[in-house]
Design a protein around this ligand. Structure first.
Ligand code: V47
Length: 382
């Protein structure tokens, strides 16, 4: 005879778990790679708690109970862009009243402020400016590196690199090599959007195609420049296209090995040219994070970019595969142009408290995940 509590247990089990996930749970427990079909099951299941539990297993294998953060500053050097991506509320034409290009001197001042505040990274991303010469970018990186050699320069998406190669009348490998020589440390993961040509045709038809984005990342990795990888979700894409995007990143990583972190970017629709897209939901944000962690078995970290997710979800996603929360950021413009309601910066104490409250141990890192040790106002790598 079954006792009432056992009966209840069975009922709860049946109600809350999706049996289709059982073989996936076995694969995760044994550390086996998941297939495209398994990715689709994860992308569709309503069994959110199992999804979180599985992603947490993969996350803890990599980072245990640690959540990483960084003291950094974002510099968006210009918003004048020759592309017209429909999801972007940041871009301006050169004639717009609020179009801007930062003088190199202004960028140096921003860096000065970042150094005073103990930043270990400058995250530099802008637009495809139609006229700025390659020299502007080279001088920017060279000048920053000379003045602040201890600060890691993470700059220019693969899309910007392709644009710079065009501006320089050169090729992307050459441009990457010259920037590295000048002091570039790594590439951010932006510009990937969703690789599907169907999606790109709708949301960013002029943008560098996905296979070219991957090729440039491969070139960077080969030159010893690590990078991040992103996916912009919550607009016109399908779950099949999520899985295809993740599989393309996974095979690029098998080939070139330089991706450090995957960052799912939650689409913000305000002020964009995509009125038909509603943006993400909490369910989608949790699912996407877990899916990224589970499918990308060869990318070490998964980041909850709190600026886009909001603070509550940045905390929750630590239980859905994320092991990184980005950083102090300071002055993010791209998502705020599209209606983000998060603050433009957080203090280190705020970040540490958020992480602790989520049940993890905060650990400061530099860009390439070396531990940072602080003593008073100075810092060094462990
Ligand atoms: O490529 C543009 C995205 C990216 C919107 O590498 C939008 O550590 C949401 O890539 N709603 C740039 N997202 C930012 C980026 C990034 C951010 C933080 C950390 C890292 C990293 C990289 O922002 C763009 C695009 O995919 N984006 N518009 C929008 N309306």
């Amino acid at each position: 005879m079954t006792r009432p509590t056992e009966q209840l247990h069975d009922d709860i089990h049946q109600e809350l778990t999706d049996p289709a996930l059982h073989p996936i749970a076995d694969a995760v427990a044994e550390g086996r790679r998941l297939s495209a079909e398994q990715g689709l099951l994860l992308a569709r299941t309503h069994d959110l708690l199992t999804l979180g539990r599985l992603a947490s297993i993969a996350r803890r294998r990599r980072s245990g109970g640690t959540t990483w953060y960084i003291v950094n500053r974002h510099i968006n050097y210009s918003n004048i862009c020759s592309n017209k991506c429909r999801f972007c509320a940041f871009r301006r034409t050169a004639e717009a009243k609020d179009a801007y290009v930062m003088e190199l001197q202004t960028i140096m001042l921003e860096a000065e402020r970042a150094a005073e505040q103990g930043a270990t990274e400058l995250h530099i991303v802008g637009s495809l400016h139609p006229d700025l010469p390659f020299d502007y970018y080279l001088k920017m990186i060279g000048g920053l590196h000379q003045k602040h050699p201890q600060i890691h320069l993470q700059a220019f998406t693969a899309v910007e690199i392709a644009h710079l190669a065009e501006r320089a009348g050169s090729d992307t490998q050459q441009v990457l090599a010259q920037l590295k020589q000048a002091g570039l440390g790594s590439l951010p993961g932006g510009g990937a959007e969703v690789f599907s040509p169907r999606v790109r045709q709708i949301v960013c038809p002029e943008k560098l195609p996905g296979d070219q984005w991957l090729r440039i990342m491969g070139e960077a990795h080969q030159l010893g420049l690590p990078s991040n990888a992103t996916m912009l979700y919550g607009h016109v894409e399908t779950v099949e296209e999520w899985v295809d995007h993740l599989l393309a990143l996974r095979s690029q990583q098998d080939a070139s090995g330089g991706f450090m972190t995957f960052i799912p970017l939650a689409f913000h629709p305000r002020n964009t040219d995509l009125p038909e897209a509603r943006g993400t939901t909490g369910m989608m944000d949790l699912r996407m994070m877990a899916l990224g962690r589970l499918m990308l078995d060869n990318i070490p970290h998964v980041k909850a970019f709190w600026i886009m997710l909001g603070l509550p979800l940045a905390q929750l996603t630590q239980h859905f595969g994320a092991d990184d929360i980005d950083g102090t950021v300071v002055q993010e413009r791209i998502t705020h142009a599209a209606g983000a309601t998060t603050p433009q910066a957080l203090t280190v104490e705020d970040l540490r408290q958020l992480i602790r409250e989520a049940g993890f141990q905060p650990q400061e890192r530099n860009t390439v995940y070396r531990q940072v040790v602080r003593q008073g106002s100075s810092w060094h790598l462990a």
